[in-house]
Ligand binder design. Structure first.
Ligand SMILES: C[S@@+](CC[C@H](N)C(=O)[O-])C[C@H]1O[C@@H](n2cnc3c(N)ncnc32)[C@H](O)[C@@H]1O
Length: 380
């Protein structure tokens, strides 16, 4: 059986060999921070369960240490309050609300952020404190502030950071409001996702500074954006390669869903195959086009339900080929989605990395190709 030191060393070696750790300073951070001090018990999904059931894996049980030193995300809280310790027998269902993100992603993001010696950094979403510890190791305690929304999660992270010998500034609160004492930051990194870039970030990060955050919404689509602040309240940036998703910042989550009744509406044939919005970037384009809609259903049978207006759209295959869409309500959700998907297809259906974002007092816009290309306003 391997010791924790051996498992830790093997993980760092894996992250070096696979090209994650390109900078020696971040390799040193990965070596200096033992993940077992940050991840206690966690949840594992039960394969094949629907809805996904989770079983707790308790600190110290067989296999626990190997999982801790695997390059996997480990969920540590469900539905904003359920901890693995609360589940004494069987399994539980719920939405992940806190986790230790897979080390390769956290370390990649720190490097993408371009955080250098002497930079002051604001982190949003302390979680277990693992990413905070990497940052504190590399940048020094005095240069790092981390904000966590959930007081219980934040208290555990504080204890873990102390046990590991780090003392960055920790705040319990809503990171979307920025540092409550204000601040002039060089960099901001978020390990929860947002529907739009929060205004305080655009004033607390200095012009020339960078913001790394995942844009998301209510239809499970994501794009990791690296923005440069161009002036107070203004920023511009591009989306990065890869397939990154993060749980949505709690204040940006959708309101509780009422039961959904599918009602009759106007029918027409669709111009696109509805399956396209189940793909990674097709779903992203659909979410941009209908930003207050939730997407349900799958494949050829998509359901869009607009949280703001109650508008609905649903698609179905026709027996003789093609598809029909039924729409009702003030927003023609499918019309919006279809036009956006057609614009994206006209550009050869590129991945998110061909998209950019511009933020100013006038609004927040995600565009395709170039700033004057097809674009969609974010809900703010
Ligand atoms: C994916 S986890 C963070 C992972 C963490 N960085 C790590 O390495 O363990 C996301 C965290 O963001 C927190 N969060 C959600 N909304 C937030 C907000 N508005 N402000 C600060 N933290 C928030 C969640 O409570 C959760 O702990």
């Amino acid at each position: 059986m391997s010791t924790s030191a051996e498992l830790h060393a093997a993980l760092v070696e894996q992250l070096t060999q696979d090209g994650t750790l390109t900078e020696p300073e971040w390799r040193a951070a990965a070596e200096g921070v033992p993940r077992e001090l940050f991840v206690g018990s966690f949840f594992l999904p039960v394969p094949g369960s629907n809805p996904t059931a989770c079983r707790p894996v308790h600190r110290g049980e067989p296999g626990w240490l190997e999982r801790v030193y695997s390059n996997e995300t480990l969920v540590t809280q469900l539905d904003g309050h359920i901890r693995p310790e609360d589940v004494t027998e069987g399994t539980v269902t719920g939405s992940p609300s806190s986790s230790s993100t897979l080390p390769s992603l956290v370390l990649t993001m720190w490097q993408q952020l371009g955080a250098e010696t002497g930079h002051r950094v604001l982190e949003i979403g302390t979680g277990t404190g693992l990413s905070t510890a990497y940052g504190a190791n590399r940048l020094g305690d005095a240069n790092l502030t981390s904000i966590e929304y959930d007081p219980a999660v934040g208290a555990r992270a504080a204890a873990s950071l102390k046990a590991a010998g780090y003392a960055p500034r920790l705040i319990i609160g809503d990171g979307l409001l920025g540092d409550p004492e204000g601040g002039e930051y060089d960099r901001l990194i978020a390990t929860c996702s947002v529907r739009h870039i929060p205004q305080p970030w655009l004033y607390q990060v200095k012009p020339g500074g960078r913001i790394l955050v995942t844009l998301s919404g209510w239809s499970f689509a994501f794009g990791l954006a690296l923005l440069t602040v161009t002036g107070p309240g203004e920023a511009t940036g591009r989306f990065l390669p890869g397939y990154v998703s993060f749980m949505i910042a709690r204040p940006h989550d959708r309101p509780p869903r009422q039961s959904l009744e599918l009602l009759p509406g106007d029918e027409r044939p669709t111009r696109i195959n509805p399956e396209i919005i189940s793909t990674w970037t097709g779903g992203w384009v659909a979410q941009l086009a209908a930003p207050s809609a939730e997407r349900m259903g799958a494949g050829e049978q998509q359901i869009l339900s607009d949280v703001a207006t109650g508008s609905q759209a649903r698609t179905m295959p026709n027996p003789d080929g093609g598809w029909t869409v039924v729409q009702r309500g003030p927003l023609r959700l499918w019309d919006q989605v279809e036009s956006a998907v057609e614009a994206w297809q006209a550009a050869n259906s590129p991945h998110q990395e061909r998209f950019g974002i511009t933020v100013s007092a006038a609004g927040q816009r995600v565009w395709l190709g170039a700033e004057d290309g097809p674009g969609w306003d974010l809900p703010i």
